[in-house]
Design a protein around this ligand. Structure first.
Ligand code: EPU
Length: 469
């Protein structure tokens, strides 16, 4: 019985059991040892920090290398677990991946023999959905597990499916796997997105770049990583125009040559260190950034009273007066990013007055609030609105990171708080932040990564200053 769910995707079971099992077997079990961060707060951050390549760009650029007909060199790759997972998937598919230096990889996709990404690999990160667009563009068919990622509420992929369907692909859901097939290959078309979506815009680009004819994507997302993916593909010979605007035009090409490409800096990592500097009353030069990508973050921080000096590829953040309340609404780029909302809320806990945050992008982005309350924050949440009473101070406590940016917010809270904070479930943080302990220590923070000790989760009593350096 056919049961249509989202824009043409149906639940009909068409794939033989043997295929399904083969797909599942491609993934290996990853055993994780739980770790935690222990932070002794109250130290002022000073010095310089170098920002790594952008997570949300690299997680699309790595799968995009599958579309190349020659090897590619990708540089400025951040050392994060989402990259590890992406590389693992590329290798499982048959690509040769060589780490040339700590931050550059050579990817030779010519030997790729599979178009299947199993559950075990895909469930570990949201961005595994980019393998759908890339494999579809390469083979005209693929079988990819529904994605995992941060628990930020309902995160449908109906717009991704809508885009593939517009390009003449048929999509079916089969026990958690998305089967996408074409008859006679992908064909360019007009795609209008019902909402502004980063993931679906990038997936449509990946699928369309080698499709026959012209594709026009309307109501496209405009984030810097959209432009970066287009630049990467264009450097291989793709014909993409308008990335960074509402309308992206793609003329399909038959061949994509090898390229050498450096990923843009991560504006959310930069924003996180900028807020950490401000929260500790510090003075930090945040290097290897594109200040234009940080405009909305800089504007909000200046309203809060943080001093920001802009240079060509860096900003200096310092505080020379009181921090004050403000109102923020998150929006798609160039608005204030939802990925900076938890960190900025933490800063507003330390400011004078009552601040208002409206979440305009994600379904559930206030899950960190309960953890911040354990540290003395006064925040009330009603649906997509949070009211923050600035208390001017936070106190250390044992807390858990419930998602990536929630974890970043708790790191900032721990750095600014008096006493010791332990943060568990740090795998969320390590999905998106390169060497956070090393970078923070270089700025003078007192932080250590240790094994989780069950008793320690219950309180601070067992944690002494010797646990942190
Ligand atoms: N949406 C739909 N249908 C879709 C796709 C999206 O309704 O098919 C909705 C979502 O539910 C959400 C909104 O559209 O309410 C925006 O979703 P979008 O597709 O833009 O988000 P995403 O691609 O799932 C990326 C980043 C997120 C970031 C958001 C918003 C990656 C891998 N992830 O997610 O990054 O929060 O865009 O900018 O690029 C993070 O880095 O911490 C993170 C969660």
């Amino acid at each position: 019985m056919k049961d249509t769910i989202e824009n043409g995707m149906d639940k009909t079971e068409l794939t033989p059991e043997a295929d399904y099992i083969k797909c599942e077997k491609q993934g290996e079990q990853i055993v994780e040892t739980p770790k935690r961060f222990v932070i002794k707060g109250g130290r002022t951050l000073r010095g310089e920090v170098e920002i790594s390549g952008a997570k949300n760009a690299v997680v699309a650029i790595l799968p995009a290398a599958l579309l190349a007909d020659e090897p590619c060199l990708i540089e400025n790759v951040p050392d994060i677990s989402d990259v590890e997972i992406s590389i693992r998937i590329l290798r499982e598919l048959g690509a040769e991946v060589e780490r040339i230096s700590p931050h550059s990889y050579k990817i030779d996709p010519r030997g790729v023999h599979s178009s299947c990404v199993p559950y075990e690999s895909a469930r570990r990160m949201r961005a595994s959905y980019y393998f759908m667009g890339a494999l579809l563009g390469r083979f005209g068919h693929c079988r990819v597990s529904m994605p995992g990622g941060c628990p930020l509420g309902d995160r449908p992929i109906d717009q991704h499916i809508k885009a593939f369907a517009k390009l003449s692909a048929a999509c079916k859901l089969d026990r958690g796997m998305v089967d996408i097939t074409t008859e006679g290959g992908l064909k360019g078309n007009q795609i209008f997105f019902d909402c502004v979506t980063v993931g679906a815009t990038m997936n449509a680009m990946l699928a369309a770049v080698k499709a026959e004819g012209q594709t026009i994507i309307e109501n496209a997302a405009k984030e810097p990583h959209i432009v970066d993916l287009a630049s990467f593909l264009n450097s291989m010979g793709a014909d993409i125009m308008g990335a960074g605007t509402d309308t992206i035009k793609i003329r399909g090409v038959k061949y994509l040559r090898g390229t050498s490409y450096a990923v843009i800096p991560d504006q959310i990592e930069a924003g996180t260190y900028m807020v950490a500097a401000a929260a500790t009353g510090g003075n930090v030069l945040v290097k290897n950034i594109i200040p234009k990508h940080l405009e909305s973050i800089i504007s909000v921080m200046e309203k809060i009273g943080v001093k920001i000096e802009q240079f060509d590829d860096s900003v200096r953040v310092s505080v020379d007066g009181p921090l004050v309340k403000t109102s923020i609404k998150t929006r798609p780029h160039p608005g204030f990013p939802t990925d900076m909302q938890p960190q900025m809320s933490t800063l507003l806990c330390l400011a004078n007055g009552t601040s208002l945050i409206k979440e305009g992008v994600s379904e559930q982005r206030f899950q960190y609030v309960d953890e911040l309350r354990r540290m003395g924050a006064d925040i009330q949440v009603d649906g997509k609105v949070a009211v923050i009473e600035g208390t001017g101070q936070l106190t250390g406590a044992p807390v858990k990171a419930c998602d990536l940016r929630a974890g970043a917010a708790l790191m900032i809270a721990g750095l600014a708080a008096s006493g010791i904070t332990t943060i568990e479930d740090i795998h969320h943080i390590e999905r998106g932040y390169s060497d956070m302990v090393g970078k923070l220590r270089a700025l003078g923070a007192c932080i250590e990564k240790t094994e989780c000790i069950p008793d320690a989760a219950a309180g601070n009593a067992a944690i002494t200053d010797s646990a942190v350096v």
